[in-house]
Design a binder for this molecule. Sequence first.
Ligand code: ACM
Length: 635
Amino acid sequence: MNKFYLLFLLTLMACTQAPAQAPNTYHLIPAPVGLQPASGGFALTKDVMLVVPRNTEVLKTVAYFQAKIKPATGFDLKTAETTSGPKIQFVLNAKPDAAIKTDGYTLDVTPEQITLRANQPAGLFYGVQTLLQLMPAAVESKTLVSSVDWQVPCVKITDYPRFGWRGVMLDVSRHFFPKEYVKEYIDQLARYKFNVFHWHLTDDNGWRIEIKSYPKLTETGAWRVERTGYFGDRKPQQPGEKATYGGFYTQEDIKEIVKHAQDRHVTIVPEIDVPGHSMAAIAAYPWLSCTKDPNTKVNPGTKFSEWYGNGKFKMLLDNTLNPSDEKVYEFLDKVFGEVATLFPGQYIHAGGDECYHGYWEKDPGCQALMKKEKLKNTEELQSYFVKRVAKIIEKKGKKMIGWDEIMDGGLAPNAAVMSWRSIEKGVEAAKQKHPAVMTPTKHCYIDYMQGDVATEIRIYSTLRLKTSYEWDPVPAGVDSTYILGGQGNLWTEQVPTPRHAEYMTWPRGWALAEVYWSPRNKKNWDDFAKRTEQHFSRANLAEVKYATTVFDPIIKIQKNGSGKIVADLSTEIAGLDIHYTTDNTFPDRFSPKYTGPVELPDGTDMLRMVTYRNGKPLGKLITLKADELEKRAKK
Ligand code: ACM
C-alpha cells in the first residue's frame, strides 16, 4: 500500500473513532500530561464499591475521597477487597510503572469501572483530585444535591508532576490565621496538587509558634495592638495601650496541622525569619538585637522602613538579631531544635531576606567580630550568621533553605535558595550547584493586586493572572536538576481575613499549580482561561472565594501630542467587549463599545467602563475620576 494512502486511512480511522466528548470537556487544572478522551460515562451511584488494597496511606486517601463526595451525593460508598459490580479500584502498582515516574498516576474511566493506579500512595491522592474534578461541579456542594446525575466521563489519563516542589507560602505573622483555617487552606492547596505549604511563622508583626524554651516569644511576641487601615500607615502602640490582637499555634496545634497536611501529601516548610524581620522576637527578648531597646513593640503595621529603590532600604527601628552575640546562637539552637522536632519535612526555612545592616555597622561587638573573622563588609557578616544558622539546622538533621539574600556575601554549603527577587537569582544558585525554588515577585507574588488599583485593595504592585501563568521556572541554559520547583507567596500585610486570603490565592494559585505540575508543552493560556471559569463555578459551590479580576480591563491612560487624555483599554482574555461612558452615566451594552484608543472629551468628569460577553455583563464597573485620570496621564 502506498504510504500516503496508509496515512490517509489511519487518519480517517482516528477521526471515526473520535469520541463524542471534546478534550476540554474535562476542564482539569492542572492540565494532565496525557489525556485520551472517550465517549460515555461511569455512573456513580450509592452501590459503587471502592476496591482498596490494605495499605494505611491508601486507606487514608480513600477515606478522604469518601468524605469529599458524601455531603453533595449523600453516598456512603463502601470499601471491599473485590467485587463483581461497578467499582472504583485503587491500585498500588506491584511493579512500578515507569511512565508515571514516582508520584504520577493513571486513571481509566470506563462505563463499567474506574481504575486508579499509582506507584506510590501520593500518586493515588493526585488521581483522586483528578477524579473529583471529572465529577459534576455539584460534588463541591457542602449540602445534598439530589437532582444530579453523578456521571464521570470516560477517559484515560496518564499524569505526573513536572516538579517535586509545588508550593504556596502563607504569611501568618502580618495577620494571624487560626488553626482551623490553616487546615482549610492546606486542603484547598492539595485540591490542586500542591505538595508544599511554606508557613511563614515569624516576622515583625507577630511570632506565631510556641517555643517552650522561650515562652515570651508567644506571651509577648504573638500580640500587637489592634489596628485597621492600610498596613504600613498605622498608628503605633500608644503608652498604656494593651496588645491584644494576634495569636499563635501551640505545639499541639502544630502537630495537628502537620498530620492534616501529611494526610494530603503536603510537606510543611516552617520559616523562622532571621536575622532581619525579627521585631516580634526582639519585643519579647530585647537582648537579641544590637540596640537592645526595651521599648520595642510587636509592630501593628506602622511604617518603620524607608525604601530608596534598587533594593536599598533603611529600618528606622531595629528589627535585626545581633550576629556577634553567642547568646543569639544559643537562642537559635533551641528555637530550631524545637522546630525540627515538630516538622517532619527535610527543609527548614531560615529567612535571610531584607536584613538591614545599619545597626550592625554602629555596633562595637559586630565590628570586633568582623575584625576577628576578617569579614570585609556586613554582607559577609550576614553570610557568617547564615552559615552558623545552616550548621545549627543541619545539626538538627534538617536542610536549610533561605531567601535569595543568603547568597550575598557567600552561600552556606548545602543551602537551598528561594529565588524571589528575580528568576536570575535561582539561575545563579543553580550555577553554584545549589538547589533553587523559583518564586520571583514578577510571577509568584500573589499578595500583589490582580488588576487595576481602582478595583483592588491598594498594594505596591500588580500581578495579573496571565502573568502568573505565562512563565517558566526553568529558563534556557540552566541545569534543571537544580530547580526543585516553585511556589506562590501570599504575604498578608493587606490580607486581614481568611476570605481575603482565598481571594488573593485563586485563581492565580491555579495558574501556578499548572506551571509547577504540567509539562511546558501542555500549557495554553486561552484554554486555561476557559478552565478557570469552570473552576469558578466549582469554587462557588465549595464556598471558596476567588477574584474575577481577569474579566476587568487593563487600563492605560496617557496624554497624546495635543495634550488630550487618551484611554487605551484591553483585556486579558479573548472575547470580551468593553463598554464605556465619559458622561458620568453607567455603561451597559448599549454604551459605546471600545474599539481602539479613546480621546476623552475635554471636561470629562469620569471614565466608566464595564466588560460584557455575549451581551451579558461580566466585569466590575470601574470608574476613574478626573483627578485620577490626570494623575495617571502625567506618569
Ligand atoms: C520577601 O518578599 N521579603 C522574601
